[in-house]
Design a protein around this ligand. Structure first.
Ligand code: MEV
Length: 341
C-alpha cells in the first residue's frame, strides 16, 4: 500500500572549525547535534500547498500549488516552500505521477526540538526534511523505505534552495543535517567526508544574541575589499588548522583540539566576527579548565563551544552562565536525516 504521509527528522549542527574561511574554499569541520527538526509531509487531494511551522510563527499558510515559489513569501515559510518548488522543478515526473494524477497538494507541519535562535540550522534542517520526505513519498512504493534520491542528490537540491534564498553560504549546514556525524566539508559538497569519531567532549553556550549569517559574511567581505591580502591570509591560516584538527579529533587528543580551537578563535576575532559577550564566555570557559573554546557559526551571537575534560564540565558550564550565557545540554556527532514513520 502506498503511503501519502511521512514524518522525517533531521539534526541541528554546530561548526567545530573553519567558519567563514569555508565560504572561500577552505575546508571546515562540522558536527550534527542531537536536538532535531521534525517534519510531517502529506500529499493531499486539493491542489493547495499548506504549511504549519509554529516555531517560526507560521500557522495555516496556504497557496495554490501553481503559485509555489512565486510572490511574497513570509520569512518563516521561505525555505520549506522553495524546497518543495525546487524538488518539483528538478523532478517534474514525480509531480506528474503523484501530485497531479493521484494527489493534488502538499501539507507540511514542522516542529523543532531546538530554539530557532540558537543558530543550529533550523532553516537547512527543515529544507532537508522536505526534500527527503518528497523523495520518500512520490513516485514509488514506500515499502522498501528507501528514498529515490541519494544523499548527494538531496544535498544538491537543498543547497540550491539555501542559495536561492540567502544567495551565500557554503552548504556545510545542509551536509551536516543530511549525513550526520562529524564531517570534513568543502564548499558546495566538493568534499563531504565523515570522520569516524566516538564522542566529543563538547560544551555549548548560547549567547542570547541572534546572529545573521548573510550580514556577517557581507561584513567580512567588505573588510576583504579593504585588506584583501590580510583577510586571505587569515582564511589560509584557518584552513591550515583543519587537517591538524581532523587528526587530533581522530586520535582523541582533545587537548590538542582545544589548542587549535583557541587559534581558530583568534583568527575569527581578527576577522571581526567575535563580540564582547562571546569573548567573555570563551575566556570564562578556558579559565574554568576547558581544553579550548571558540565561537561557532557566523559569529557576534548564537553559540560558543568548548571542549573540556569530564572533571571540568560542571565548572565550565557554570563559568559560561556566570559570563551571561546559557549552557545548553546537547549530544553531538548524532545521526543525520531519517525517516521516523
Ligand atoms: C555560518 O554558520 C558559517 C559561515 O561559514 C557561513 C557558511 O559556511 O555557510 C559563516
Amino acid at each position: 500500500m502506498k503511503k501519502y504521509q511521512v514524518t522525517i527528522s533531521a539534526p541541528g549542527k554546530l561548526m567545530l572549525f573553519g567558519e567563514h574561511a569555508v565560504v572561500y574554499g577552505r575546508p571546515c569541520i562540522v558536527t550534527a547535534v542531537g536536538q532535531r527538526m521534525k517534519a510531517t509531509i502529506e500529499l493531499t487531494k486539493e491542489p493547495i500547498f499548506q504549511l504549519n511551522a509554529p516555531d517560526v510563527q507560521i500557522t495555516n499558510y496556504q497557496k495554490p500549488m501553481t503559485k509555489l515559489g512565486l510572490g511574497d513569501i513570509p520569512k518563516g515559510a521561505k525555505f520549506v516552500e522553495m524546497a518543495v518548488a525546487n524538488f518539483l522543478i528538478r523532478h517534474p515526473e514525480r509531480l506528474a505521477k503523484d501530485l497531479s494524477r493521484m494527489r493534488g497538494g502538499i501539507k507540511i507541519t514542522t516542529k523543532s526540538q531546538f530554539n530557532s535562535q540558537f543558530g543550529f540550522g533550523s532553516s537547512s534542517a527543515s529544507t532537508v526534511c522536505v526534500i527527503k520526505a518528497l523523495s520518500e513519498l512520490t513516485g514509488k512504493k514506500l515499502s522498501n523505505k528507501r528514498s529515490f534520491l541519494s544523499d548527494k542528490a538531496i544535498f544538491d537540491i537543498s543547497y540550491k534552495t539555501v542559495l536561492d534564498i540567502q544567495g551565500k553560504g557554503s552548504g556545510f549546514d545542509v551536509a551536516s543535517t543530511i549525513y550526520g556525524g562529524t564531517l570534513y566539508f568543502v564548499i558546495g559538497g566538493k568534499v563531504i567526508k565523515p570522520l569516524k569519531l566516538k564522542s566529543l567532549p563538547l560544551i555549548v553556550g548560547y549567547s542570547g544574541i541572534k546572529a545573521d549569517t548573510v550580514t556577517l559574511i557581507n561584513q567580512v567581505s567588505q573588510k576583504a575589499k579593504k585588506y584583501p591580502q590580510i583577510i586571505d591570509n587569515l582564511y589560509s591560516s584557518i584552513g591550515q588548522l583543519i587537517p591538524l584538527a581532523q587528526n587530533a579529533l581522530l586520535r582523541g587528543d582533545f587537548e590538542n583540539v582545544g589548542e587549535l580551537m583557541d587559534f581558530n578563535q583568534g583568527y575569527l576575532s581578527s576577522l571581526g566576527v567575535s563580540s564582547s559577550k562571546l569573548e567573555a564566555m570563551i575566556h570564562a570557559s578556558r579559565e574554568a579548565g576547558a581544553y579550548g573554546a571558540k565561537l561557532s557559526g557566523a559569529g557576534v551571537g548564537d553559540c560558543m563551544i568548548a571542549f573540556a575534560p569530564p572533571s571540568k564540565v560542571n565548572a565550565v558550564k557554570k563559568a559560561i552562565e556566570k559570563a551571561g550565557g546559557k549552557a545548553i545540554n546537547i549530544k553531538s556527532n548524532v545521526e543525520g536525516v531519517r525517516l521516523e514513520s
